[in-house]
Write a protein that binds this ligand. Structure first.
Ligand code: HEC
Ligand code: HEC
Ligand code: HEC
Ligand code: HEC
Length: 128
């Protein structure tokens, strides 16, 4: 009785610790290659064209993601307030809204936001 209780507490606390450190990865293996689970429909239908055009052999064009994601709406969604107002990843101090999405979002591989090269502020909601 006592043992089971202890085990339960232990498992619970390990789960809590790991989820606080790293958010669950959205990288997933599809038949063709690794992609994001939030783009599952594109990958499971082998729709490389959605991002790559005719040939999928390099990085997509800078404005590829704009076909489906509106940069102005994104900026509103991730707006900050007070001292953090210029840390909005989609409308920030140095570059405004003009940073290619792929500087911060990887599709087939993990990626840290560009800002981490020089700053220590954190983006806990980023899907690396
Ligand atoms: C053909 C349409 C399409 C294209 C092109 C596309 N996406 Fe998406 N994306 C979606 C859909 C649909 C979702 C899931 C619904 C949502 O969260 O908006 C999504 C979700 C996302 C999410 C996760 C949102 C969350 O819930 O946190 C990110 C990040 C993202 N896309 C980034 C990108 C980037 C970067 C590109 C360009 C390389 C891109 N998308 C190209 C359709 C697209
Ligand atoms: C400077 C880094 C950076 C750039 C450039 C960037 N993002 Fe993001 N994006 C983030 C971070 C960080 C988050 C996590 C949300 C937050 O911190 O508020 C995010 C979240 C998102 C989300 C989820 C928003 C939500 O909360 O529902 C989508 C979708 C997305 N980005 C798509 C894009 C697209 C499309 C582009 C290009 C137009 C882009 N991002 C450019 C860093 C960036
Ligand atoms: C949602 C958008 C999206 C879809 C769908 C997508 N890609 Fe990509 N692809 C990217 C992005 C963004 C990069 C830049 C590197 C990265 O983020 O992984 C990339 C890079 C690549 C590269 C170059 C890798 C390098 O390091 O130079 C290849 C090859 C590639 N993709 C193949 C494919 C194939 C094959 C498919 C279909 C099975 C596909 N991609 C579907 C967004 C996409
Ligand atoms: C190449 C290095 C570099 C990169 C990359 C970079 N910054 Fe900065 N940033 C600086 C410098 C230098 C300053 C001015 C001095 C300082 O405050 O440290 C600054 C200042 C700032 C400030 C005002 C001061 C503060 O710390 O609040 C904000 C906000 C900011 N940057 C946001 C961003 C965001 C968001 C990104 C990612 C899109 C980014 N920076 C990417 C170098 C960089």
């Amino acid at each position: 009785m006592k043992k089971t209780l202890l085990f339960g507490v232990l498992v619970f606390s390990i789960g809590a610790v790991s989820s606080a450190v790293v958010a669950e990865s959205t990288l997933k293996e599809f038949d063709q290659m690794t992609g994001r689970s939030y783009h599952e429909k594109l990958h499971s239908n082998n729709n490389c064209k959605a991002c790559h055009g005719a040939q999928a052999d390099g990085y997509p064009e800078d404005d590829t993601c704009h076909k489906c994601h509106n940069p102005d709406k994104l900026a509103q969604k991730t707006a900050r307030s007070g001292e953090e107002v210029h840390q909005n990843p989609h409308d920030n101090l140095h570059y405004g809204k003009d940073v290619p999405c792929t500087e911060c979002h990887g599709e087939h591989m993990a990626k840290e936001p560009l800002c981490a090269d020089c700053h220590t502020f954190k983006y806990p909601n980023h899907k690396r």
